[in-house]
Ligand binder design. Structure first.
Ligand SMILES: [Mn+2]
Length: 334
């Protein structure tokens, strides 16, 4: 929980220069929480700037002010201008500065007050104020809590609400996981202020291009492998697939989840051959922790049922390693 909320509240009583940052390859929660917090702080008369390490998927372009977000990879010098004058830096949806590479090093060296709002496990204590709750569905849920802790629930409107709602539905897969009674209270409050949830569901989940649905078909028809005796399914995309399907950042997002639609698959992985690295994206059902597998063997982490990692070496070596560690974590099924 946050220490010394009153101090931060006092500090925010005057208009401040604020930078909000989130993680590389920002997802709906990173974007939704950042924009929601930014709009709220602007209404409190602060100047805000959002900086992401890398670009976010086009699907989120409907969000208000998403076109004002700065991308550090593209405009490092402009980002520096805002970082240098920042009095407070909010770090959203990640919990260790080394997760955001160069941007993290820059932030580490700044004197600005740092505030972390996040729901991933094992936060590093780099922030002056922390709102870190692993039980929360999303950082967007925690931004709602943050606004409420500052006594400003009344300031929530459909615009801020749409941002937070976007983060909540993307991080919970439309309320399929990570839910709690508190989350539904928050969601009810967002609906009550006028968030059009049906419109958001349509924007987010009916947003596939023809290219993406063909790639999905290819993955399921040609690239799916099974370890049926362990209830494991995985999809491998090699570098030729990346060329043939012109796979860009974000195009493989969500594909891994389709494997979990199979009743007997309890753990699913998407293994992709990137230029210098093999990447793993894992999902699981129930008590099976992909967080442990990625942490122990693939230099990664995340959440119990959704986690990512990486491997240096050949694609074959990566697949062999994945197959060899599975029996440590899953019992054989008859
Ligand atoms: Mn999140």
């Amino acid at each position: 929980m946050m220490e010394d909320l009153d101090k931060l509240k006092d500090y925010l009583a005057l208009p401040r220069e604020i930078v909000i940052v989130s993680h590389r390859n920002p997802d709906g929660d990173a974007i939704g929480s950042s924009l929601g917090l930014s709009l709220y702080l602007q209404r409190k008369r602060h100047n805000t700037k959002i900086i992401f390490p890398s670009e976010f998927p086009d699907v989120f372009n409907y969000l208000p002010e998403s076109d004002y977000v700065l991308i550090h990879d593209n405009e490092p010098d402009t980002c520096d201008v805002f970082l240098q004058k920042a009095e407070i830096i909010f770090c959203l949806d990640f919990n260790a500065l080394d997760r955001i590479d160069k941007l993290g090093t820059k932030i580490h060296n700044l004197n600005a007050i740092k505030v972390m709002i996040d729901h991933h496990i094992d936060p590093e204590p780099f922030a002056d104020f922390m709102l870190s709750e692993t039980s929360a569905s999303s950082t967007s849920e925690l931004v709602y809590e943050f606004i409420s802790m500052l006594g400003d629930e009344k300031m929530l409107d459909p615009v801020i609400g749409e941002c937070l709602y976007t983060g909540i539905i993307t991080d919970t897969g439309s309320f399929k996981f990570g839910t709690s009674a508190r989350l539904f209270q928050i969601v009810a409050a967002l609906k009550a202020v006028g968030v059009d949830d049906v419109k958001l569901q349509d924007y987010i989940f009916n947003s596939m291009s023809i290219k993406n649905i063909k790639l999905l078909a290819h993955c399921l028809h040609n690239r799916m492998e099974l370890m049926e005796e362990y209830g494991v399914g995985f999809i491998v995309l090699n570098k030729y697939d990346f060329q043939n399907f012109d796979i860009q950042r974000g195009d493989t997002e969500g594909i891994v989840n389709y494997l979990l639609m199979v009743k007997k698959i309890k753990l699913a992985a998407l293994i992709t051959q990137q230029p210098n690295i093999i990447k793993f994206s894992m999902r699981s059902k129930g008590d099976i922790s992909v967080q442990e597998i990625t942490r122990d063997h693939f230099k990664g982490g995340g959440h119990k049922n959704a986690s990512g990692g990486s491997f240096h070496g050949s694609l074959k070596a990566a697949i062999d390693k994945f197959k060899s560690v599975i029996p440590e974590y899953l019992p054989k099924v008859e």
